[in-house]
Design a protein around this ligand. Structure first.
Ligand SMILES: *Cc1c(COP(=O)(O)O)cnc(C)c1O
Length: 375
């Protein structure tokens, strides 16, 4: 660890209007929090089995369907526990015998760890590549679920999302940091699952999954089989409840509300093309600045793989990235630290739709200001 953080005060006129650049939990728009507070006694603290909350769940499910332009027959399910719980749920309720995983960072490797440990599944097929790149899926006759990650949040790589050539199995996509910020052709996926504390600018603890008719059929078939599944991660039970605009057990009503606020904000502004375009603009600013800088470099070398929702920037070894982040934090510009396990001299900056591209621009000026004073 570094020693004491130098006392550097960034001038007010350089600071972003909002200093939250964390990749998750991420910036929640103050307007959404104000709207939640304004519900007063009408929503928080009321039963999740009654109309106010069920109406909100319905808005969430319909909003996701519209945001992702889901084809006819797709359904939106939800449950408690975030993406990590969904991995457990999928290992019981969506995978028949054997999965294939593209592993190219912390999050994509974690799902593979789940399926490898599951006693009722065969060992998964693992296709790995080094951080900063993405491997290619390969159709295999005994694989019934292809597990992709739309955006590897630990490395800042955005991967293509499409069915592997000749694949018969389901395509399960971890879209936790992608959903609502990266473009999607939903016909290429069977389960597009995520949690709302990233692009959806809400809080954690919930999983949401857009399911194709094939995924629904798989869930219902496994649910009717004699496979034992813990009830809290039983996707058959989750689907039944979702269809009634409920969850199996009590959800965080604030999380649902804030997610709906963000989805409606995106839809009112033009939908996914608006959100993705805004992220593109932020990414252009961040990567453009790094390429022009004499001390910063985009970590992902292939520009086509550089994420427009989470940017990773390596700093020259002469400058301690942790120290830069610590100085920024003292100035209320927070959560720019790199993903800890990646172990690089790096900054990681969220570019989610809620984050104003002007604030990303301001952040680059703040980093320049700090680095000039640290050199
Ligand atoms: C954040 C993240 C997760 C973990 O989500 P939780 O809701 O904390 O379980 C999984 N996958 C990706 C790609 C993520 O970005």
């Amino acid at each position: 660890m570094t020693g004491e953080t130098p006392a550097i005060t960034i001038p007010d006129d350089l600071l972003p209007a909002d200093g939250r650049f964390g990749s998750g939990p991420s910036k929640i728009r103050p307007e959404a929090v104000a709207a939640l507070a304004a519900t007063g006694r009408e929503y928080l603290g009321t039963s999740h089995r009654q109309t106010a909350a069920r109406f909100m769940v319905a808005s969430l499910r319909n909003g996701i369907a519209e945001l992702l332009s889901l084809p006819d027959g797709y359904e939106v399910a939800l449950g408690n526990g975030g993406t990590t719980s969904f991995w457990d749920a999928a290992s019981f309720g969506l995978i028949d015998r054997r999965s294939q995983h593209l592993s190219f960072g912390e999050f994509s490797s974690k799902f593979a760890t789940v399926t490898r440990a599951a006693p009722h599944l065969d060992d998964p097929d693992l296709i790995e590549s080094v951080p900063g790149t993405v491997p290619e899926a390969k159709a295999m006759p005994d694989v019934d679920a292809y597990c992709l990650t739309h955006n590897e949040t630990s490395t800042g790589v955005a991967a293509p999302v499409r069915r592997p050539d000749g694949a018969e199995g389901l395509v399960l996509v971890d879209a936790t940091s992608a959903a609502g910020g990266l473009r999607l052709d939903a016909r290429e996926v069977d389960a597009y699952y995520f949690a709302p504390q990233k692009c959806l600018a809400s809080d954690g603890g919930l999983w949401i999954s857009a399911l194709s008719p094939a995924a629904v059929e798989r869930i219902e078939r496994i649910a009717a089989s004699d496979r034992w599944v813990p009830a809290s991660i039983d996707l058959g039970i989750a689907l039944d409840n979702s269809r009634k605009d409920q969850t199996y057990n009590t959800p965080a009503l604030a999380t649902i509300y804030l997610a709906v606020q963000q989805i409606e904000w995106i839809l009112h502004n033009g939908g996914l093309p608006f959100a993705a375009g805004r992220c593109d603009r932020s990414a252009g600013i961040l990567y453009g600045w790094a390429e022009a800088s004499d001390y910063a470099t985009p970590f992902v070398t292939d520009p086509a793989l550089r994420s427009s929702v989470v940017g990773t920037i390596d700093l020259d070894d002469a400058i301690d990235a942790n120290q830069v982040c610590a100085v920024l934090r003292q100035n209320f510009v927070v959560d720019t630290e790199s993903y800890r396990k990646l172990g690089r001299n790096q900054m990681r900056i969220a570019l989610y739709p809620a984050i104003d591209p002007d604030d990303v621009e301001a952040l680059t000026h703040c980093i320049d200001y700090v680095v000039e004073r640290l050199r």
